[in-house]
Design a binder for this molecule. Sequence first.
Ligand code: DC
Length: 229
Amino acid sequence: MSQQAPVLTVDGPGGAGKGTISRLVAERQGWHLLDSGALYRLTALAASQHAVALDDEAGLARVAAQLDVTFKTGSDAPQVLLEGEDVSGVIRTEQVGDAASRVATMPRVREALLQRQRDFRQAPGLVADGRDMGTVVFQDAPLKIFLTATAEERARRRLLQLREAGVDASLSSLLKEIQARDARDMQRSVAPLVPAEDAVELDTTHLKIPEVVDRLTELLANRGLVTVT
Ligand code: DC
């Protein structure tokens, strides 16, 4: 295992800032990025496009195993292509997110996505963003982070994001959705959302994005995984 590329795992509930933080840390280090949530979102979207029902576990596992997906990086707005079509926007909708969290409760779907996620581990390193990166997918990662923020703060951040995108939403309904998604992610029997025993927990409720990125860079440097420039 020691000759494998290093992995920084970033797990935590939705809206804690994992996506943005992971992207910025990967960019700063020139490391690869795995957005594992996108794979669950893509499975849910592909299932609806191929008329596979959300309770058909065997069908969903087949969809997951056969996902034809390309992640295009290198620009400010990374693109996700499903069967050649740009679905970067549609996979971020609440509807697809909700379907993804249902699909993600199924052991056969998770199993079907496992090797695809591990294939992202390449030199010089990987930042892996998700729910079970440190507990299941990359158990031997040399640095594991569990990022949190209060549900209220996460709802507030989501509201701002939606407003910026010109979408109208209410704080109270977003809070309810976040709490329902948290409960589903934490209570499922397979790969539930819990911090790995050896994870460093970081509460971002009162932190700004650059402060979190600096803190993670410092932790990577302390473990000898990167050199600080
Ligand atoms: O991080 P996200 O919101 O894009 O994730 C979408 C859903 O996928 C979320 O409800 C939890 C699930 N998920 C998971 O079960 N395991 C992962 N490693 C990543 C996401």
